[in-house]
Design a protein around this ligand. Structure first.
Ligand code: AMP
Ligand code: GLY
Length: 428
């Protein structure tokens, strides 16, 4: 069969690598892709925002199945439009993608169905929002309702900081995404990413993973899309996985079905874990990036039948197999990320790095020019490795990074550090 994958990041490179490995796939296209994805798929210059153009391409090239990577096209309803044109697609329809597209929608759903999450209130006016913040005190969290490319959440340490965030969002600092805001309780605990493959009615949990959101070592610096990840995540015990399914994922699927918006696709629950168990920080309606990279490295089963079963609503008795090895991903980003950064610097040594045992390099933001690979984004490369332990995977990933010559880039040196510390604590 022929597949089209939409997206251009490290998540999509990992998906392309895995999909290309399936014996079911004849041709794999990716739009727009990047220089690394070009090794696994044929790149197509399509704009995912132009749903009609995507549908036309699928008909012309006899594409049987479309896999949508990022949230933007999902929230914009690309699955609705492709399915209406007779093309099967993986991912939630517009009405179900609201779980990520509108934080107010997701919070109201949690409240109505007793799904554990932070207490919150919704506001469209600055004065009542600030009065609420003064009454609750800091720390407190201010969030834009809509999609804001990772800039929509401010964890405020003081009332003044929260008030500044309220003013910024409600005065249009994030565009339409901030026309409504949520002010919520600040949760304490350890964060984990929980993923479930969903078919509208049933769900199967994927392997556990954890990312590192802050830019610099020791979890310092600004929030980013994610600077590294590892799987499995020791914090996510079997008992916690079961609770996340029973208390969060299953009730959400039931609620979405009841309102006529069944959720099909990957449901990504960002969790805060503390003594009371898992609480939902937020939903995403897609694979995490870079969590997807470590999950794809560990997935033994063919991904294609699993995605099709989710789309067809027949996941119930499906089974996914995982390698026992640990997978770890270190993100190499352009200096300045997540703020302003330059594009176009050359990256060398990639072949030598990829030759390190157990290493797989996914491209997150690159382009090819005159035989050279150039940086073309904030997050640029994901240097991933499998190993028997977190330490072994870590050693391999950083050994590969030593071989990459790219002075304009940086990475964190402590990816997986928490899991290592956790292992040590567990053994002592
Ligand atoms: P998001 O971009 O929505 O994933 O949020 C960014 C980060 O903000 C999360 O990964 C958390 O670290 C933090 N965050 C969001 N909501 C809360 C909350 N209610 N309590 C504590 N931290 C939060
Ligand atoms: N790694 C966080 C995300 O994909 O949103």
């Amino acid at each position: 069969m022929n597949l089209l994958l939409l997206g251009s990041g490290g998540r999509e490179h990992a998906l392309a690598w895995k999909l290309a490995n399936s014996p079911l796939v004849d041709r794999l296209y990716c739009a727009p892709g990047n220089a690394g994805i070009a090794r696994d798929a044929e790149l197509v210059g399509l704009d995912a925002a132009d749903h009609a153009a995507v549908a036309d391409f699928c008909k012309a090239e006899r594409v049987d199945f479309v896999v949508v990577g990022p949230e933007g096209p999902l929230v914009a309803g690309i699955v609705d439009d492709l399915e209406a044109a007779g093309i099967k697609a993986f991912g939630p329809r517009r009405a179900a993608a609201r779980l990520e597209g509108s934080k107010a929608f997701a919070k109201d759903l949690c409240r109505a169905h007793a799904i554990p999450t932070a207490e919150y209130a919704r506001f469209t006016g600055a004065a009542p929002a600030k009065a609420h913040v003064r009454q609750k005190g800091a720390p407190i969290v201010v969030k834009a309702d809509g999609l804001a490319a990772g800039k929509g959440v401010v964890v405020a340490e003081s009332v003044e900081e929260a008030e500044a965030a309220i003013d910024m969002m409600l005065s249009g600092g994030l565009g339409a995404a901030g026309a409504e805001i949520i002010v919520e309780e600040c949760l304490a605990g350890e964060e984990a990413s929980f993923f479930a493959l969903c078919d509208g009615e049933s769900a199967i949990p994927l392997a556990s993973a954890q990312d590192h959101k802050r830019a610099f070592d020791g979890d310092r610096g600004p929030n980013t899309g994610g600077m590294g990840a590892y799987s499995p995540a020791p914090v996510m015990t079997e008992e916690l996985s079961r609770r996340a399914m029973d208390e969060i994922v299953v009730p959400t699927l039931r609620a979405m079905k009841a309102i006529g918006a069944p959720f099909k696709g990957v449901l990504y629950a960002g969790l805060m874990i503390n003594a009371q168990g898992p609480k939902l920080i937020e939903f995403n309606v897609r694979f995490g990036d870079p969590e997807c990279q470590v999950l794809m490295l560990r997935l033994k089963s063919d991904l294609v039948p699993a995605l099709i079963a989710a789309r067809d609503g027949v996941l119930k008795s499906f089974d996914l197999r995982w390698h026992a090895d640990v997978a770890l991903a270190v993100v190499m980003a352009a200096k300045g990320y997540p703020g302003t950064y330059a594009k176009g610097s050359a990256i060398e040594g990639l072949d030598a790095a990829a030759a390190v045992e157990g290493v797989e390099i996914f491209h997150a933001g690159t382009k090819a020019e005159g035989g050279r690979i150039l940086a073309d984004g904030g997050r640029v490369l994901d240097v991933c490795a499998l190993g028997r332990s977190v330490e072994a995977a870590r050693e391999r990933a950083y050994a590969a990074i030593e071989k990459i010559r790219w002075p304009q880039g940086f990475c964190r040196r402590d990816i997986g550090g928490r899991a290592v510390a956790g292992d040590a604590a567990g053994q002592s």
